[in-house]
Design a binder for this molecule. Structure first.
Ligand code: DX5
Ligand code: ZN
Length: 216
């Protein structure tokens, strides 16, 4: 069985001990640090902004997977490149000129990600899939950690995998929201490459072990 990459979401970290939690991810088998930036407009919640991302970047030894849940993300592409983001993911629903946004992200040396809300059909990526490095499928409505996984995600992942194949794209499939060991294997079987997990990792008794278990 193919093993997925794991991206622990620091939204569920203990912000009073952020460095400790980033170092836990450094020491783990995870591949990325998943960083959720929310603006209180695109989603009903505000998470954290640039100073916190900078603090994370200082202690992080793995690539930063930055998930922007903000309107008009083009305004901040350069800033996130300077903050050391490796993957910069914008929401399909927040981009009027998605193709241009993807080119701008790549021109700044980052991998370009596109996130889809649960209601957004994967076929809307038909004309951009060859320009995308990572498609992030939201398996909960974005804005909060700790929600339960939407079961329709499996079908969506399979359809996306077929689209990627048909279009000869090299895009990776990332799943975000409600990921646990209850659904991780089935997601990988459906075609997922990267699994994001917040609460399941950070609220567990042994996060290092939990990350290992998510890899399967
Ligand atoms: C939700 C965020 C997720 C969140 C996942 O809007 O994009 O990355 O942190 O948290 P869990 O794994 O707790 O659902
Ligand atoms: Zn996220």
């Amino acid at each position: 069985m193919r093993k997925p990459s794991i991206a622990p979401s620091l939204l569920a970290a203990d912000f009073g001990n952020l460095q400790r939690d980033v170092e836990m991810v450094n020491a783990s088998e995870a591949e990325y640090h998943h960083i959720d930036v929310m603006d209180g407009v695109f989603v009903p919640n505000i998470s954290y902004g640039m100073p916190v991302v900078k603090a994370i970047q200082k202690s992080a030894t793995k690539p930063l997977d930055v998930h922007l849940m903000i309107v008009d993300p083009d305004r901040y592409i350069e800033e996130f490149a300077n903050l050391g983001a490796s993957i910069l993911t914008v929401h399909y629903e927040a981009c009027t000129h998605l193709h241009r946004t993807l080119q701008a992200i790549k021109a700044h040396g980052m991998k370009a990600g596109v996130a889809l809300n649960p209601h957004t059909n994967i076929m809307l990526l038909e004309d951009t899939i060859q320009d995308i490095d990572v498609v992030l499928i939201m398996s909960v409505n974005p804005g909060f950690g700790g929600q339960s996984f939407i079961e329709n995600t499996y079908e969506k992942v399979k359809a996306l995998k077929a689209l990627i194949k048909r279009k000869k794209s090299s895009a990776l499939i990332e799943i975000d929201g409600g990921v646990t060991t209850q659904n991780s294997q089935k997601l990988v079987e459906a075609g997922a490459d990267i699994l994001v997990a917040g609460s399941f990792v950070f609220k567990s008794d042994d996060p290092l072990k939990t990350i290992k278990e998510l890899k399967g």
